[in-house]
Design a binder for this molecule. Structure first.
Ligand code: TYM
Length: 334
């Protein structure tokens, strides 16, 4: 069976971008007969971006409830917290020792930190932790611990998956066997990068997100805040340069998308377009939102699900890690 795996960093509240870029395609893939799915909370990764313990804890709960509310079926997918799987940390070290520093120098997340420092006339490494620098190795460990074939993600994660392939290939080469399969990113065309309120990529770090399970009222308010140009009702609008259109498309059927494209050409008023967008998104999320609220009120249930998931995940990776320990020369004497 083809193994599908993906994770979300638990450093904030899940937003529409996480949903269309990762959660929705991942759950769809897990419902196919020919796949085996692994979905997890990347809570070790959260520590790289967020050193506020309460926030990390809250986000873990929110993201767990989100996956379950969106229809993750724990009979079909193994669902766990990264930090519950010690084998991932162990693999992280084995991979760290075959990863070239030069490869990590090229990682976007680290480079962005350096660029920001340089622009602010600070020392290039100011505030950059080894966690940030080595982030792609931990991510490779997440993927390679389960020898995942397919990784559904948004476009921003493609580089990390390419690095996971590099690292896997390096290990295979050094230790002389195909220990790891080469993982591939799966990126949807219309959902590769969903834009946020200000037209930049929707991202926790830019503070421009529309949370997935805001109340109906807040969702409406959020959608109304999406930046638009100054065209008046009746003036034709360019769908290719519109966040409203892009978000609409991410939730619509191809037919609905074409109808909206026509309405843009006919000069639909922004208020009207946003109202249609709200109705579309709210219609699709309403039921899951109810489930989400129920789950958030019952952390014990979520805890139970995640502990069962961790046991399943560990059982799946144990033999693999044992072989890797043997490969590098870490075996018992007798
Ligand atoms: P994170 O938490 O930043 O994002 C989680 C997932 O959501 C996708 N995403 C988006 N997709 C479309 N449009 C957007 N605006 C948008 N914003 C976020 C991301 O691409 C991602 O798929 N390092 C990862 C978490 C991770 C992981 C892994 C993923 C850790 N280990 C192993 C896959 C496999 C991250 O920080 O994603």
């Amino acid at each position: 069976k083809e193994i599908v795996l993906t994770g979300i960093t638990t450093s904030g509240t899940p937003h529409l971008g996480n949903y269309v870029g990762a959660i929705r395609p991942a759950i769809e893939a897990s419902n196919r007969e020919d796949t085996e799915a692994f979905f997890f909370l990347a809570d070790y990764h959260a520590l790289i971006k967020c050193q506020d313990a309460e926030r990390v804890q809250q986000s873990r709960l929110e993201i767990a409830a989100t996956w379950l509310a969106c229809g993750l079926d724990t009979d079909k997918a193994t669902f766990y917290r990264q930090s519950d799987i010690p084998e991932i940390s162990e693999l992280n070290w084995l991979l760290t020792c075959v990863t070239a520093k030069g490869l990590m120098n090229r990682a976007h997340a680290y480079k962005a930190g350096v660029d920001e420092n340089v622009a602010g006339e600070q020392d290039a490494d100011f505030g950059i932790t080894m966690g940030l620098f080595c982030y792609p190795v931990l991510m490779a460990a997440d993927i390679l611990a389960f020898n995942a074939h397919k990784v559904p993600v948004g476009r921003d994660q493609i580089q990390h998956i390419e690095m996971a392939r590099d690292i896997a290939g390096r290990f295979n080469h050094i230790y002389g066997s195909e220990f790891f399969v080469m993982p591939e990113a799966v990126v949807g065309e219309s959902t590769a990068i969903l834009k946020g309120l200000d037209g930049r990529k929707m991202s926790k770090s830019y503070n421009n997100t529309i949370p997935l399970f805001d109340t109906e009222k807040k969702l409406k308010k959020g959608i109304n805040k999406i930046k638009t140009n100054l065209l008046e009702p009746g003036e034709p609008k360019d769908p290719n340069d519109s966040t409203v259109f892009e978000v609409y498309q991410a939730f619509a059927t191809p037919e609905q998308t074409e109808e909206m494209r026509q309405k843009f050409a006919d000069g639909i008023a922004w208020g009207e377009a946003k109202k249609e967008l709200f109705e579309l998104v709210n219609g699709q999320l309403g039921e899951s939102r109810e489930k989400y609220l129920e789950l958030m009120a019952n952390p014990a249930q979520i805890e139970e699900v995640l502990q069962a998931g961790a046991a399943k995940a560990r059982a799946r990776t144990r033999d693999h890690i044992k072989k890797l320990r043997e490969a590098v020369g870490l075996v018992n004497f007798v």
